[in-house]
Write a protein that binds this ligand. Sequence first.
Ligand code: ADP
Length: 312
Amino acid sequence: MGTRDWDVVVVGSVNADLVVGVDRRPAPGETVLGSDLATHPGGKGANQAVAAARLGARAGLVGRVGDDGHGELLRRALAADGVDLAHLVTTPGAPTGVALITVGPDGDNSIIVSPGANARLGPDDVAAARAMIAGASVVSFQLEVPLPAVEAAARVAAGAGGRIVLNLSPPAPVPDELLARCDPLVVNEHEAAYLLGEGAPRDPRAMAAELAGSGPRSVVVTLGADGAVVADGTAPGAAAPIRIASPEAEAVDTTGAGDAFTAALCLRLARGDALPDAARYAARAGAAAVRRAGAQSSFPTPDDLPPPPAGL
Ligand code: ADP
């Protein structure tokens, strides 16, 4: 194993979130008026890199933005948190990825993602970023960039002895070879149900146990306000799934909670925590993120973390 110059390197998406509030959504052919447009830095990859850096990680991001104003905005946001952007490539002729978000009166989101430059991330980018990926203690992935890039980067990380964390978001099929490298696979309840298919158990511990038996080295199922369940792969002698409580938090906006959770988990794994301890810390980061509006704007510094829940 070489030296680890980065705690967490994220290979993932970079999007501008374009948000408009509406009283109701337009039917086909209809026009409705909305609020002023708000533009925020987002994308699961960028979010996780920012969340990890804000908690103190030496973080890097491998990704693509377009040669446009949104790309500039995102670069500035990432740089402000100290994310290493040596392998954030500007793509001529492609727009930066955007998420078109309408927020209804109940705070409910409807989202269209236009991947733009994210869709151009490929194995060549991974080859160019090889030293960064191989120099990371933990490499984190989501599925908002093309699978061949994820697979290539996971191979580099595994070859260098790095730890691979995959967030199955948005849910999509993953090859067994990639699944077998995940330590852990991180899913919320919807993503878990997607992977398990029909007849999936409802009980989160049973879900985690079944997923852990399906290939990954370990699994974390996040449960919103109810925290998470952690399960080791079902090697002989593997422990039963462990329930992790989240601190209570007054939820203002849950956007980005999963990204904050996963980033914090990656950081603590990079620092040598066992998975249940890393998940306890991650739950505090997730809880902190729901107390403030937005995604990156809601991510905590170490001082912002709530204490662990009482009795644990
Ligand atoms: P996702 O955003 O991917 O759907 P979750 O909603 O499961 O993920 O949230 C991720 C983590 O954030 C949870 O495991 C929990 O620790 C924390 N969290 C989310 N919602 C709340 C909440 N309402 N109160 C406290 N913690 C929360």
